[in-house]
Design a protein around this ligand. Structure first.
Ligand code: ZN
Length: 174
């Protein structure tokens, strides 16, 4: 059987004239080989139309980007809510102190400074006490002396803390 023009027409997938189309249909009815080609052509066409439409990948990507942006926004909003909630809780907890600070900033500043100095002098005193101990230990002092020294340190430390506390404490209602 001669498939010559029909096979080419089918494989080239060219637009045919009505006359050619009629000849082709007649040939296809009698030729299984060419009708197989025609069928595969049809299948290819349908695959082409069913397969991702033009721009599908782009649309998918933009949707992905959109979703990612939404996620980011949700994260930002979530973080904001968390931070604001935390601040509100903090304000509620520290409300009285903040009120005090706002009412008398100068007083609060002096208190803060004196507390800072207190911590500083504490560190200094501790290091000094440490160096004294290091110097004293090699002399093998008796347990009684140890106890006396310990008590003295406690008493002096207590007096010192109390005096600092009384100095930093601002009298109320003045
Ligand atoms: Zn044929």
């Amino acid at each position: 059987m001669n498939h010559r023009p029909f096979e080419d027409w089918l494989l080239d997938d060219q637009p045919l004239t009505l006359e050619q189309e009629r000849e082709l249909q007649a040939h296809l009815r009698s030729c299984p080989a060419c009708s197989a080609i025609a069928e595969s052509n049809l299948a290819l066409h349908s695959v082409r139309t069913v397969s991702p439409a033009a721009g599908f990948t782009e649309r998918f990507q933009t949707r992905l980007v959109q979703r990612r942006q939404e996620q980011r926004w949700r994260q930002i909003i979530g973080t904001l809510i968390l931070v604001l909630g935390g601040l509100a809780l903090l304000a509620w907890l520290a409300g009285p102190a903040i009120q005090e600070v706002l009412q008398s900033p100068a007083q609060w500043l002096t208190t803060a400074v004196s507390y800072f100095l207190f911590i500083l002098t504490s560190i200094q005193a501790l290091s000094e006490a440490g160096s004294v101990l290091m110097r004293v230990i090699p002399n093998f002092i008796s347990p009684a002396d140890w106890l006396g020294m310990f008590l003295m340190i406690v008493v002096i430390g207590g007096l010192w803390v109390v005096s600092i506390w009384r100095v930093t404490r601002v009298p109320q209602g003045v």
